[in-house]
Ligand binder design. Structure first.
Ligand SMILES: [Zn+2]
Ligand SMILES: [Zn+2]
Length: 668
């Protein structure tokens, strides 16, 4: 078969041996001749010669170009230049070293390489050493060079910011580089998906912790009323059936019901929120409803976080995402080759590899991998299209057209193949057919075609359209392999979500059905009262005795009056003590208890989130690769500061003053 190219590992290895040997030779003078810079001879020309010899070698390839992907050879050459640079630097010959860096960049340009992670990392390492010495100028130079070999390296940006900051050169520069570093971090998909997974898990856990604490506060605030209403309802239905102690027991039984069985104990917070919902203030109801809604969503969120973690930890998925990013690092090809060998039945890997090879202008390898893709999946119309492009670029429009026809046989309205057929036919001087293809392409996707035509007017037409895999597609594919977004939504039908929904419905139902005639707490003495046991409504917030004391000043025995006043003082003192004591372990609790719901709730949430983040820090949080110098310490300090702020906020004025007016106790 004329079009097929052979690419065997043996020929790659054979080509690599002289390169490796030379690399060793290049490394030898580093150790042997460190005294005389002028005596160092690095035979880089030899690699050049071997490469050009390979290029000139007779080749059966239909694509003409004999340029072969030779990773070992490239690596050897790269290392040669790198060692040379290192020696110049060691001798203090900064300009000569800089020239070698330029040489390395030129080498990348010649071979179509757009990024070298290894070199970039080495330069950052070098810059760090300069930074520790306090040599800011050299450090800055190293970090800038690191960006030349990986322009999206977050670490290089962060280190540059750190240099600017420490040298005091420019605050603006430091801020600019930090922003660039954060952008680059966001860009590196794998890292940000792990970060997103972390944030989801943390948000979920702190919402759960807040829900538990909030439900406890609601129980403390309203359990008296829940029991009062229950006891009076039972009493009204079955008068005299139960003694007073029995009624109390029934009341407490209802409040502590889920704790009686260990399975239901998990649902205690949701149960308490539902039980006290009808007694809550409007703000408390809003928070309660939000917390129950979060519980409903907790399973899908946990599922999404799990997917993101899987994505971040699976090297195959990460490689796919980087391979589709448009950059070309030879090391990436080697890693992707290994994954492709491990997954022989997956057409996506050879297709991505072929794209990478084509980007580096290694047409023979690209051809072989597109054919491999088609062997696995003969219906891969994108591979047919791109294969055609290889032939068109090699000046063989006739064969290119055949491949486009194969693509169009599978998918008749595939715009790139239609447009590419137009280009091929134009070259074959089949002008009439060319016009037909163009008209067809224009019919299929007029917007894309008009954009293409206006571009070709500027740059000149002739570049065929390559089909590529979009990042979204890869993402969907990886997520799909693990169950997919459908499963995230399907997990809404799981037991936790259904239970939480039932609790939310029960809470709403109770408050609607029971109406507004529920028990209230006297703002003066704290005793519960309801429409059944209160006489008169001249002071709506007071219980009967307190109302009586407040309105009918005469005709009341001094001993009863004194007793009632002592009772209300005791009640207030107990509330203040409770608020202060609970605010020590859980700042903000005192505020929720006396009705400052919003600030209290926020402080509780901030406290539990920062404590959880601190505790889970070693397991969950991943600092961006080389953010600030000691990311763990910085993160710990920041989280501890947040926790300390929450604690102080929650403990300043943890309770209302003892002499606060009666209305300040916001019971309803
Ligand atoms: Zn009272
Ligand atoms: Zn009552």
């Amino acid at each position: 078969m004329t079009g097929r190219l052979t690419f065997t590992p043996t020929c790659l290895r054979a080509a690599a041996w002289p390169g490796l040997l030379a690399a060793l030779l290049a490394g030898a003078p580093v150790r042997a001749q460190q005294e005389g810079a002028e005596r160092i001879v690095i035979p880089t020309e030899r690699f050049r010669a071997s490469e050009s010899a390979a290029a000139d070698a007779p080749d059966e390839s239909a694509l003409g170009s004999g340029r072969r992907f030779n990773y070992e050879g490239f690596r050897a050459e790269m290392l040669g230049v790198w060692f040379k640079r290192k020696i110049f630097l060691h001798k203090g010959l900064a300009e000569a070293a800089a020239a070698e860096t330029d040489e390395l960049e030129q080498l990348c340009r010649d071979t179509g390489v757009t990024r070298l992670d290894e070199i970039s990392a080495a330069l950052i390492h070098e810059g760090n050493a300069f930074l520790d010495e306090g040599n800011f100028e050299k450090a800055r130079c190293s970090f800038r060079d690191a960006l030349r070999f990986n322009q999206h390296s977050p670490e290089a940006h962060f280190r540059l910011a750190s240099t600017d900051w420490r040298s005091g050169a420019s605050l603006g520069g430091a801020v600019k580089e930090t922003v660039a570093g954060l952008k680059a971090t966001w860009r590196s998909y794998a890292l940000s998906s792990a970060a997103l997974g972390n944030i989801l898990i943390l948000a979920l856990l702190s919402a759960a912790a807040t829900a538990v604490l909030f439900s406890l506060a609601m129980l403390v605030r309203y359990q008296v009323l829940v029991r009062h209403d229950l006891e009076e309802t039972v009493q009204a239905r079955h008068p005299g059936r139960l003694p007073r102690e029995g009624l109390h027991l029934v009341g407490w039984g209802l409040v502590l019901l889920p704790l009686l069985t260990w399975i239901a104990a998990l649902w205690t917070p949701a149960y308490w929120i539902a039980l006290t919902f009808r007694y809550q203030k409007a703000r408390e109801r809003a928070i309660s409803a939000a917390l129950l809604a979060l519980l409903i969503l907790s399973t899908p969120v946990a599922r999404a976080a799990e997917l993101l973690f899987g994505l971040a930890s699976d090297p195959g998925s990460r490689l796919m995402l980087t391979a589709s990013s448009g950059s070309y690092d030879p090391a990436q090809i080697v890693a992707l080759e290994q994954v492709a060998v491990a997954n022989p039945g997956d057409a996506a890997y050879p297709f991505l590899l072929a794209g990478l090879y084509a980007r580096g202008r290694y047409l023979a390898e690209a051809d072989a991998h597109y054919r491999r893709t088609l062997e696995i999946d003969p219906g891969h119309y994108r591979a047919w299209n791109n294969l055609g492009n290889l032939y068109l670029t090699a000046g063989r429009p006739e064969e290119a057209l055949k491949h486009y026809k194969s693509a169009l046989a599978i998918r008749g309205e595939y715009m790139p193949a239609l447009y590419n057929s137009y280009l091929a036919r134009k070259e074959l001087l089949e002008l009439k057919e060319a016009e037909q293809s163009l008209a067809e392409a224009q019919r299929v996707d007029p917007d894309a075609m008009s954009a293409l035509m206006s571009r070709s007017e500027v740059e000149g037409s002739g570049e065929p359209i390559d089909a590529s895999i979009e990042r979204e597609e890869i993402f969907a594919r990886i997520v799909g392999a693990r169950g997919g977004t459908g499963q995230v939504f399907a997990s809404l039908l799981s037991l936790p979500s259904i239970m939480a929904t039932l609790f939310l419905l029960a809470a709403l139902g109770l408050s609607v059905m029971a109406g507004a005639r529920q028990a209230n707490r006297c703002v003066r003495c704290g005793e519960p009262f309801c429409h059944r046991c209160k006489v008169g409504d001249r002071v709506p917030d007071y219980c009967s005795p307190c109302q009586h004391i407040a309105t009918a000043k005469e005709g009341l025995s001094p001993s009863i009056r004194r007793e009632k006043i002592t009772q209300s003082e005791r009640f207030r003192a107990a509330q203040i003590r409770l608020g202060r004591i609970l605010s020590v372990p859980v700042p903000g609790m005192g505020r929720i208890l006396d009705g400052r719901t919003l600030t209290g709730g926020l402080i509780v949430a901030a406290w539990s989130a920062s404590l959880l983040a601190l505790a889970l820090r070693p397991h969950l949080l991943q600092p961006p690769a080389g953010g600030p110098p000691r990311p763990w310490i910085v993160m710990t300090i920041l989280l501890a500061l947040a926790a300390a702020c929450a604690w102080i906020l929650g403990n300043v004025r943890a309770s209302r003053e003892a002499n606060a007016p009666a209305g300040a106790w916001q019971w309803h």
